[in-house]
Design a protein around this ligand. Sequence first.
Ligand code: ASP
Length: 585
Amino acid sequence: MYRTNTCGELRLANKGEKVTLCGWVQRSRDLGGMTFVDLRDRYGITQLAFNMETNAPLCERARRLGREYVLQVTGTVIERSSKNTKIPTGEIELEVEEMTVLNESKTPPFTIEDQSDGGDDLRMKYRYLDIRRNPVKNNLVMRHKMAMLVRNYLSDRDFLEIETPMLIKSTPEGARDFVVPSRMNPGEFYALPQSPQQYKQLLMVAGMDRYFQIVRCFRDEDLRADRQPEFTQIDCEMSFVHQEDVLNMFEGLAKHLFKEMKGIEFDKFPRMTWHDAMRLYGSDKPDLRFGMEFKEVTDVVKGHGFGLFDGAELVVGIVAEGCAEYTRKQLDALTDFVKRPQVGAGGMVYIKYNADGSFKSSVDKFYDAEALKAVADRMGAKPGDLMLLLCGPAMKTRVQLCALRLEMGQQLGLRDPQKFAPLWVIDFPLLEWDDETQRYYAMHHPFTAPKPEDEPLLDDPSKWGDIRANAYDIVMNGCEVGGGSIRIHDRTLQNKMFHTLGFTDESAYAQFGFLMDAFTYGAPPHAGLAFGFDRLCSIFAGADSIRDFIAFPKNNSGRDVMSQSPSPISQEQLDELQIKVDLKG
Ligand code: ASP
């Protein structure tokens, strides 16, 4: 037997047992008469003891072991004289009688410790060493547990995990596709799936009325912070359901995960329409770990001769409780924050509602105490509070104020990563106008159904922006962790939707013909959703980055720095594919 136990397993109860362990040398300490080696595997660390007096040759060999050597040791479990209360195996050690060095190791480029001295690039280049470290290893263990919980939960509810193809037809809608050339069909390409959307809908037509898949998806997008070109979804679809059934099913799944992983029990998740989310928080994924709801004061502030407010479509603000003592410097920093190009506000107005009931504001020239009191009353501010206002075109200003709200939440410590605030955002708009291309796009995807009562608006292009969809997102701590919709199962409505999105009959058929054809053979009403699994894991762990929950992630430029991909391919491969690469400049 290679090993009888793992390095995380032995306790005082095993005293006297003869065992064999395998693992890596974490570190060794040579104390003259004794040499101690910490042997590590996935499960923990066990201390090995080598005694110069009783076995000098073995002890000599132990002294020469380098970090990360791979060992097999056999010995007897004994009680430690000085116990280590910090690790579960800290009461025992192994008095080694035999040792085989299974493999040597070069000195690793960074230490395999919880706090490593490896920078990000180095860690990624030697990711297999990085994964030996507890923080990364534990994330992968957690990810596995979550995946198992998801599989069992859904399987118990009659969902079938069905694999869908990875080499599929390219679709222009949505993000950019990664494409794969077909050698057998020169000049033709597959795409890697951005999601299994159309296949899961086909599975509904096929009668597999509850489907899920923990599945890799690919999107060739410019990598914004913490995006991965390949990522994992928990992809789900159901037939014969209303929106309510879908929300309840997946709220149930989310609650199950919270209970099992974190021991937290939730009541019903709150729900908010997209419209309210934008109005009250300037975001379709509001962070509800804290309040600081937007307060509109446009009518209260107009007519005092302050041009910026007088000319603004919207004047809106937030109340930072107990922040009236903010210094000039802090306020200037906030102004700089909103003026950064990423936020893009022209400036910020502050009103301090001092503890003594007096006011001090950046617009004292235009507003007397009475006028400022009226603003405070509208905003629900109390003495001791600070009001921060932005103004401008409505939507733009709300989005800017959202950034300020999140910044204030951060500064005030209100965004505790160990606190969880789930939320359903419902009734998303069906269509989204794009200024650049001067056309509407599907906000979710072209298969999302409009709300039945808004369906007639599809006949009036001037109303397209007002059409609401039966689409929903599940949001947690200000992150979208999942989203989905009721699908169109009626061929006529689907055609109308394609026309709205600028397709002709022919171009829609060329693109989605297989789905349209399928829908002529009795498509059931169906709906679904997908969770972003990497993000879900990171939020459960209270972490910012999804990269630490992916075994082998790409860096910010989409590169795998370990294997050095992407990389050029040989001329022979190119010739076989009949691809000419012409790299100019
Ligand atoms: N396929 C969608 C997505 O990737 C999710 C869904 O509508 O089920 O966002």
